[in-house]
Design a binder for this molecule. Structure first.
Ligand code: URA
Length: 236
């Protein structure tokens, strides 16, 4: 273990975060071995209440994504919601504002909620698989990689534990495969159309709103997924 990693682990264990580090571009090689850090810091957030959990997410240094962020994006909504929508990770607008799905994909998600007679913050909670924005070498959004997903997973697990949603809607392939711990090569098509389970909570998989903006002809299929989610919700 490098000195840096040891120091980070010790500081995080002692609750002395945030650990300020020189800012670098998020796509640059990470100076600390963050896989090691993530593995070593006991990922037991099971005793944290909402405020402690959100503060821990905002101060998190468990993976390299912390280095490029403006804001971590814990999630938004009703903390006792019966509906949980899970996306991939913050994009540019979300990183700037600290709230999930506030860019163009977010506008479509809001319309999807409206079509279900739901609304942001009213019996709904919106979260992401990773809480900090992943960017590629050109500064564009990219899907999170495995160790970023693994480092962030305990946060979503604790959120689900606190919310106790009736139904979870996974938006897109990254959300679905990460939440359901499936091989990342699993196709979205193979996951749509039937409910899955996260610790007994039904999970419905549908298209990511950003994909639907590019392929609006698939909106009808997405609507079918949301109807499936609605019927599972109503029967519980
Ligand atoms: N895409 C996501 O998956 N999540 C967001 O918060 C924004 C865009």
């Amino acid at each position: 273990m490098t000195m840096n990693s040891e120091k980070l682990v010790r500081l995080e264990r002692m609750g002395l975060g945030p650990v300020w580090q020189l800012r670098a571009r998020a796509d640059e090689p990470v100076a600390v071995d963050t896989t090691e850090v993530a593995a070593l810091v006991a990922a037991d957030f099971s005793a944290l209440d909402w405020d402690e959990l959100e503060a821990t997410i905002r101060d998190c240094v468990r993976c390299g994504l912390c280095r490029g962020r403006t804001h971590a994006v814990p999630g938004i909504g009703d903390r006792n919601a019966s509906w949980l929508f899970v996306g991939e990770g913050p994009g540019r607008s979300e990183d700037l504002e600290g709230e999930p799905f506030v860019g163009p994909a977010g506008k479509l998600l809001d319309n999807m909620l409206k079509a279900m007679q739901l609304a942001r913050g009213v019996d709904t909670y919106i979260a992401n698989i990773v809480k900090c924005r992943p960017v590629d070498a050109d500064g564009r959004d990219r899907p999170p990689v495995q160790n970023e997903v693994a480092a962030c997973r305990p946060f979503l697990e604790r959120q689900i534990d606190l919310i106790k949603p009736t139904v979870i809607v996974a938006l897109g392939k990254t959300a679905a495969t990460s939440l359901l711990s499936l091989n990342e090569e699993t196709s979205l098509a193979s996951l749509r159309g039937e409910p899955h389970s996260y610790l007994g909570i039904p999970v419905v998989v549908t298209y990511h709103p950003a994909y639907l903006l590019r392929k609006p002809e698939d909106k009808a299929k997405s609507w079918r997924d949301l109807c499936l989610a609605q019927s599972l919700h109503d029967e519980r």
